[in-house]
Design a binder for this molecule. Sequence first.
Ligand code: V4E
Length: 219
Amino acid sequence: MSFQMSVEVERKFLCNADILKTLEETEVTCVGQHQFKDQYFDSPNFDLTLKDMWLRKRKECWELKSPTAEETSGEQSKSAALCTRYKEITNLPEIQLRVKEVLKDVCEDTEKSSSMENESWHSKMNLACFAEFTTVRRSFILEDGVRIDLDQADFGYHVGEIEVLVPEEGDVQSALEKIERTARKLGLAGDQRVEGKMSVYLKRNNPEHYAKLLRAHVL
Ligand code: V4E
């Protein structure tokens, strides 16, 4: 069986007043603001996140982000190195399959699921929420499928992201170029690698988990 999957290519940035002004002067076809709560899940030993796999529930929908093959391979340009690439899966049976594949190596106790009919699927797999926060997001849709999100997380961190969603088998190289062009248009510094919300959240709320991810070169 094959499922629809896309790759999110993304570059984070710290938004200042100049960048915001440039953005507001740029041709924008749609602007909106919305708020959502994210809950991230993992096993007690952090088997998913230590593999750079991010399982979350947002607005009642499950999503799984996992690394692409390209992310770990070979040389890349300086601007490409500022971008992350993650496969995004939103189909629940596919998510469950992928998660099971990772956990089966570490968890033999899958039988207990039958005795806990009413438990949610993630509890049966021994997955618990390790991070929960709300984001207020302002979105700008530019030409060429480029999207800019300005996020304000409820634990006091602001971060911007330029992103392009590439369908399966799509052109990641051209997405990287679009992001680079947009970054130049906004006047972003060429060398800043910016922390995501999760990195800042874990540093503050779960330094042990954060340290493990640093050691595994995930963050
Ligand atoms: C992939 C990832 C995580 C999952 C959350 O991803 P992120 O894009 O940061 O969150 P958000 O809310 O902007 O999701 P969107 O709405 O765009 O789908 S948490 C940590 N990672 C890994 C990671 C990394 N290693 N480096 C950077 C810069 N970002 C994320």
